[in-house]
Design a protein around this ligand. Structure first.
Ligand code: C5P
Length: 209
């Protein structure tokens, strides 16, 4: 079974994808991490994330980079969102994601274009979202918990900037697939959101026979 989990930044899609993987016994790929690795490698190369050639050169980052805590930094998320605009970068990362999705037994992938581009044939697709204010509030609380001193307004501005870049790009923009379940987690706690996601996937799995 292939499960696609898409949604904007800080929507909770990563948490839901991991929990679905644990529940259904499936491996999980956080595809944002691949774009983060490219963004960070571009910086390590002293390249410019807005230049397609520099970003493409960073696509052969070493696998060990995927374990680097620096990939989780907000600044790396910003770099990821810039390199992900280039079609050549998306193409370079395409096959790796498709192979992960199509492995025997299935998989869970979370990202922006899983249900639309990487695995349009997924058995269950979720589009996880929440209002920008709620996403900024959550991200702010999480950052403060890590000791990062930042204002909610700054985080909200970043959420809006990333949304604009992710939905506005020409190649594989952030888009809800027509057959994806819309899961708005604004008024839901983690357990309620997860219960709704599991119920939906089980329903889809039953449909497969
Ligand atoms: O999900 P995460 O915030 O880690 O993703 C970082 C950035 O990578 C996103 O803002 C988005 O621009 C890009 N991305 C993408 N396609 C994906 C996953 C992430 O363009 N499938």
């Amino acid at each position: 079974m292939i499960i696609a989990v898409d949604g904007p930044t800080a929507s909770g899609k990563g948490t839901i994808a991991k929990a679905l993987g644990a529940h259904f016994g499936l491996p999980v790929l956080d595809t944002g991490l691949l774009y983060r690795a490219v963004g960070y490698q571009t910086q390590l190369n002293h390249g410019d994330a807005d230049k397609a050639a520099d970003a493409l050169a960073a696509c052969d980052f070493p696998d060990s980079l995927l374990d680097d805590p620096a990939l989780r930094y907000e600044t790396t998320g910003g770099l990821a969102s810039r390199v992900s605009v280039h079609p050549a970068v998306r193409k370079a990362l395409f096959q790796r994601q498709v192979d992960f999705a199509n492995q025997p037994g299935g998989a869970v992938l979370d990202g922006r274009d899983i249900g639309t581009v990487i695995a349009p044939h997924a058995d269950a697709k979720l589009f996880v979202t929440a209002s920008p204010d709620e996403r900024a509030r959550r991200r702010h609380a999480e950052m403060r918990g890590r000791g990062v001193d930042v204002s909610v307004d700054a985080v909200l501005a970043d959420v809006h900037a990333r949304d604009a870049r992710d939905t506005g790009r020409a190649d594989a923009p952030l888009l809800r697939a027509p057959d994806a379940m819309l899961l708005d987690t604004s008024g839901l706690d983690r357990d309620a959101a997860l219960a709704a996601a599991i119920a939906f996937v089980e329903e889809r799995a039953k449909g497969r026979g």
